[in-house]
Design a protein around this ligand. Sequence first.
Ligand code: OSB
Ligand code: MG
Length: 385
Amino acid sequence: MVPASQISNQATPTQIKVDGVEIRLVRLPLIEPFETSFGKIDSRLIFLICLSAGGLKGWGEVVASEQPLYSYETVGTAFHVIKDFLAPAVLDEPITSLADLARRFARFRGHNMAKAGLELAFMDLLAQVNKQSLAALIGGERKRVAVGVSLGIQPTLSQLLSRVEKYLDLGYQRIKLKIKPNWDIHVVFEVRRMYPDILLSVDANSAYTLADVDHLRQLDDFDLLMIEQPLQSDDIVDHAELQQRLKTSLCLDESITGQRQAKAALDLKSCRIINIKIGRVGGYSEALAIHELCAARSIPVWCGGMLESGIGRAHNIALASLHGFTLPGDISASSRYFERDLISPEVTVASDGTVAVPDAAGLGFEVDTFYIERQTETRVYLSRK
Ligand code: OSB
Ligand code: MG
C-alpha cells in the first residue's frame, strides 16, 4: 500500500498545472425510484468536475444530493464552495501531489463532497500522466471486486422479495435492505425466511435513537452481516452503547466523515465495520488513511455508494481494489440505476457478483461527452485569472 503522502512523489516529481475547472450538472433519470428512510428520488442530478491540464482531462464526481438529507451538503452548496473557494485553490499553483491538494483544501471547514469531487478529478489526471490505472496509482491489488446491492424501501413486501430474487439471480454477493421504523423487523424476517444463507445487511440511515435498543435487538435473530448507521448521523457515543448491547456488528456510514472520526469510533468500539465513501470523507487522501487505519486494526471496510454515475463508480471500483476492502461494496452495474450511463463500456456485474478493475490509464472507461452534453442542465468553466 502506498501511503497517500507518497503518491506522485516517485522518481520524477509530477507537477500538474490545471488550466481550467469545468462544472457540469447533468440530469440522469433513474430506472426506478430509490427510497430510503429520508425519502424517495426518481432522478439524480449528477455533479461532474472536469479538470483540464495540458490537453488531458481528469474527471471527478461530487456525490451531494439536491436536498440536505443524507448530509448537509447539496448540489447548491458544493457549487458555491467549489466556484468560490476550492477551484481557485486548484488553479493557484501547479499541484505536486495528492497531499499538496489536500493541504490546500484543509483550511476550508467541511464540504467534504465538494473537496472530494476535485480530488477525484485530480487523481484521474495524475493517473493519466503516470500512464497508470487509478487502482495502480493508489496501490490497489484486486483484479476484480466483490459487489452487493442496496435495495430501497418498496411499496410492498412482495415487490421487495422480487427485487431480492432478481439481484441474487444476477449474482450480487450481498443484499442490503434499507430500513426505517415500520419497515424493518417483519421485512428482514421474511427475506431471511426465504433466503436462509445469503449475506444480508440492513441500513437505517439514522432512523432510530438509543431509545429503540430493545426494538433493534430483534435484528439479532437474523444473522445479519451488519446493521449500518442505525443512530444519529453525527453520533459515535450512543453507537458504542448500542454495539455493546447487540450481537450483530454495527457499521458506520454517515458518522465517519474523516480519519479522526474513524479512529474515535474504533477507540470507542462504536462499530466493528466501516463503510468508506470517498465523497463523505473528503476525497482519496482521507479514504486511503481510513483504509490504512482499519487494516492495521483488522477492521473490515467496504466501499459505499451514492447512486453515482459511471464516473464516480469508476473511482469507487479503484478504491475497492485495495486489500482491506474485504466485504462486498455498494457498486452495482450501471444498469441497476440508469438506462444509459455517462461512460463506456458501462459497469457490469459478472454472474459471480464481481466487477472488473480496469487496467487502462486513468479511469479506465471512456467518458461519453456526447451524452453528458445532451443531459447537461448547467455548465460553468473556471480558469486561471
Ligand atoms: O446510505 O449507503 C447509503 C444512496 C444514497 C445515499 C446514501 C446511501 C445510498 C445507498 C445506495 O445505499 C448505494 C449505491 O450507490 O448503490
Ligand atoms: Mg449507508
